[in-house]
Design a protein around this ligand. Structure first.
Ligand code: GLN
Length: 428
């Protein structure tokens, strides 16, 4: 295999825990994808997209940069949100999910040896995408704002960015700073103060591009006190930020793989120039269906809520409550997420479980077994509930930061979360 795959050709955390959950008939709160269907309007839009009698012309290749109807809807939406005129032809590109948008952007921006700053914990595909672009990942861990228990009230307080620590990692070789808000795996949302601090810092490093992954942008719970803030809307950041997102989480259709990028033409081009050679275009019917769905989601009332977005946020907030109760019934301390669909929980009170640090699995990220990994395996095998060990989201030297944490997903049916509650309560 090519050297760009060094260390990447082994099973991932997903390959280990999904089969393990199936083998032990465990309630799977591991891999994050909704276990229900997309809303009926999205399914109908997908059906209409491929129906030749409706004349949507969506069965052949799309325009390479973006299927124009989708680019137009996105341009209108982001023009409102960003308070500037977004040009659908030059400032929007689409891709095969956010994963592909991220991969193509990094391929388009990073030269071999360039450094890419990742804030840990970081979604695991970031590291591999940076490596395949020939970049060097540089890690800056998020840390609790104080050392007392109060930070457990919000992931945004428990996982804060220390700007001095970030500055110490910026060099003349830094090419990209990768941000993710709302954040996987913590649910943290970057505050205006943090983002303004980043903007100020980057004045001294004008060669740095910000990639902002916002796939959970519509899954936000306390918008009055903690709104989702796109870094691109912060003074000084528009010109250097490429905002990435996708439809998978918003419309519960992770398999449709429609992602996009919004930004100034010179950054959008970094993605689209690669995309035209890698995929040529993203699937047309999927893009067409998402264009229709974005319009409906914003304009029409849904299930008693003013819009689908209001419904989505409210439903996930309710599920966050169900999972919080379940984790507390096991004596765990959840770090409450203001966004996204995961909860990180402190498990330090659990000491009585099978843990042999010398026993590793093919997917473990270190040469000795991390505590959280062993605990997650034990929880699946013995209690019948599966979580993801967050050490999968840390670089090797920082894996110890994950040792007392587990990540649980609440993008699951109520019955599933309640069954996990029953099993956790019965065992602990
Ligand atoms: N983003 C999801 C998660 O973090 C799914 C990951 C994946 O399938 N690679 O669980």
């Amino acid at each position: 295999l090519a050297s760009r795959l060094d260390g990447l050709d082994k099973p991932t955390v997903w390959h280990e825990f999904t089969p393990l959950a199936i083998e032990h008939n465990a309630v799977n709160l591991g891999q994050g994808f909704p276990d229900w269907d997309p809303p009926a309007f999205a399914v109908e839009a997908m059906r209409r997209a491929t129906d030749p009698s409706l004349g949507r012309h969506a069965n052949q290749y799309a325009r390479s940069y973006a299927h124009l109807p989708l680019a137009q809807v996105l341009a209108e939406d982001y023009s409102q949100r960003f308070g500037r005129d977004i040009n659908p032809e030059t400032q929007i590109a689409t891709a095969v999910g956010c994963t592909n948008a991220l991969y193509c952007s990094l391929q388009g921006l990073v030269n071999p040896g360039d450094e890419v700053l990742l804030l840990e914990p970081a979604f695991d595909i970031y590291m591999s995408s940076v490596q395949m672009a020939g970049g060097v990942p540089v890690y800056c861990p998020l840390r609790p704002s104080t050392d007392d228990e109060s930070t457990m009230k919000s992931a945004s307080l428990h996982f804060t960015l220390d700007l001095d620590e970030l500055e110490a990692k910026l060099t003349s070789k830094t090419k990209v700073l990768l941000l993710n808000t709302p954040h996987n795996p913590t649910g943290k949302m970057f505050s205006r103060t943090e983002l303004e601090g980043i903007s100020k810092l980057l004045e001294k490093y004008p060669h740095v591009t910000v990639l902002s992954d916002e796939v959970y942008e519509h899954i936000v719970f306390d918008t009055e006190t903690e709104p989702h803030i796109s870094p691109a809307t912060i003074d000084g950041l528009w010109e250097k930020t490429l905002t990435l997102s996708s439809s998978g989480k918003t419309f519960s259709c992770t398999g449709w793989k429609v992602g996009w990028a919004v930004g100034p033409p010179h950054l959008v081009k970094a993605l689209s120039a690669v995309q035209q050679w890698v995929n040529f275009s993203a699937p047309t019917p999927n893009q067409d269906a998402i264009a229709q769905s974005l319009l409906i989601a914003k304009q029409e009332a849904y299930e008693g809520y003013p819009s689908f977005y209001d419904y989505l946020a409210a439903d996930y907030k309710r599920k966050r409550g169900l999972l919080t109760d379940a984790l507390q019934s096991a004596g765990m301390t959840p770090v409450i997420p203001p966004g996204g669909f995961f909860i990180m929980a402190d498990t330090s009170h659990i000491s009585d479980f099978d843990y042999d640090p010398t026993q590793v699995t093919p997917a473990t990220p270190t040469s000795t077994m991390p505590r959280d990994w062993a605990l997650s395996r034990w929880l699946t095998q013995t209690v019948g509930v599966t979580a993801i060990p967050p050490s999968a989201f840390y670089s090797e030297p920082n894996v110890p930061l994950a040792k007392n944490l587990l990540r649980f997903a609440f993008c699951k049916g109520d019955d599933t979360i309640l069954e996990a509650h029953k099993r956790l309560e019965a065992y602990f």
